[in-house]
Design a protein around this ligand. Structure first.
Ligand code: NAP
Length: 288
């Protein structure tokens, strides 16, 4: 049951996407606003592809304070914004927008959230051999930020063309080599022999297909760090098997919470209550 009160000055935030019902963000942000007594409310907006331009204009003119952007709008929204911060511009995708008095500024807090999650768990990425599984939207933000941090990257993806495209773009920006491989067991085995960190940035293992994994458990060594950005379930099959193999694991919930915290701080100017936001997500994922 929602215990909610708005006022004459309530500021509105939200998320646009299609579908949008699965988003954890309303839960996380509303709990945070309530906890800190901030007069804000966060709502989900289902927005179809063909309505994106008009919706963005409406959010601007309604002075909605800010919003998150999810599938399928993260790239398509860019032409409708006034400015991008430099990270979002280089990644070519936006997941957070701030409305500064009618001026719309795009950010990519997926990248910042991912990095913060690794640092908070004491995982150093600079100079490490890192496998990024996937070359979709989230993988793109992660590969970019890891290259910026000075990691040695191999992008492994089912559709090799997408991996190559990202590798070329990252190499051009950071003047460093990025390896690519098509996804199969042999390639994974070879790459894992030298890897320090493995990141699953595909949707494989996500509920309701929680029993799927791209990585054979025998390939996971105890010295590996395994980060699965899938956050539902909280512990994916990949993470459970990595834990059993003695590897350090990081759940996608951590990235979700830190990207949310970063957006929250941009909209409110107040430090996000990260612990509470994590508890809200874990409670809800636990229910799924
Ligand atoms: P996306 O752009 O649709 O990319 C999906 C990726 O998964 C692609 O690389 C795709 O490979 C790969 N893939 C899908 N099914 C596969 C299969 N059966 N076998 C091998 N590869 C497969 O999606 P996204 O936005 O990047 O999201 C990916 C996942 O990250 C989702 O589960 C999402 O919920 C999660 N996510 C988490 C956070 C967080 O904060 N924790 C943030 C963003 C996203 P192809 O290129 O070959 O199609």
């Amino acid at each position: 049951m929602l215990d909610w009160r708005t006022s004459r000055e309530t500021k509105i935030c939200g998320v646009i996407g299609d579908p949008v019902e699965h988003s954890m963000s309303p839960l996380m942000h509303n709990a945070a606003f309530r906890k800190l007594g901030l007069d804000y409310i966060y709502v989900p907006f289902r927005v179809k592809k063909e309505d994106l331009k008009e919706t963005v204009e409406s959010l601007r003119t309604l002075y909605v304070r800010g919003f998150n952007v999810t599938i399928p709008h993260k790239v398509a929204i860019i032409p409708f914004l006034d400015r991008l911060d430099s990270v979002a511009e280089k990644i070519g995708a936006v997941n957070t927008v701030v409305n500064d008095g009618g001026v719309l500024i795009g950010y990519n807090t997926d990248a910042a959230g991912f990095l913060k999650a690794t640092k908070e768990k004491g995982v150093e990425t600079k100079g490490k051999n890192i496998i990024v599984l996937g070359a979709g939207g989230a993988a793109r933000a992660i590969s970019f930020i890891l290259a910026q941090e000075g990691a040695n990257l191999i992008i492994i993806n089912r559709t090799i063309g997408k991996a190559r495209e990202q590798a070329v773009k990252i190499s051009q920006i950071f003047q460093r080599e990025v390896g690519t491989l098509p996804l199969d067991r042999e390639n994974l085995k070879k790459a894992l022999e030298k890897a320090n960190i493995l990141i699953n940035a595909t949707s494989v293992g996500m509920s309701p297909n929680a029993n799927e994994t791209l990585v054979d458990s025998e390939l996971i060594k105890p010295s590996l760090v395994v980060f699965d950005i899938v956050y539902n379930p909280f512990k994916t099959r990949l993470l459970r098997e990595a834990e059993r193999a003695g590897a350090q694991t990081i759940s996608g919930v951590e990235m979700l919470v830190w990207q949310g915290a970063s957006a929250f701080e941009k909209w409110t100017g107040v430090e996000a209550p990260v612990k509470l936001m994590r508890e809200e997500v874990v409670k809800d994922v636990g229910k799924a």
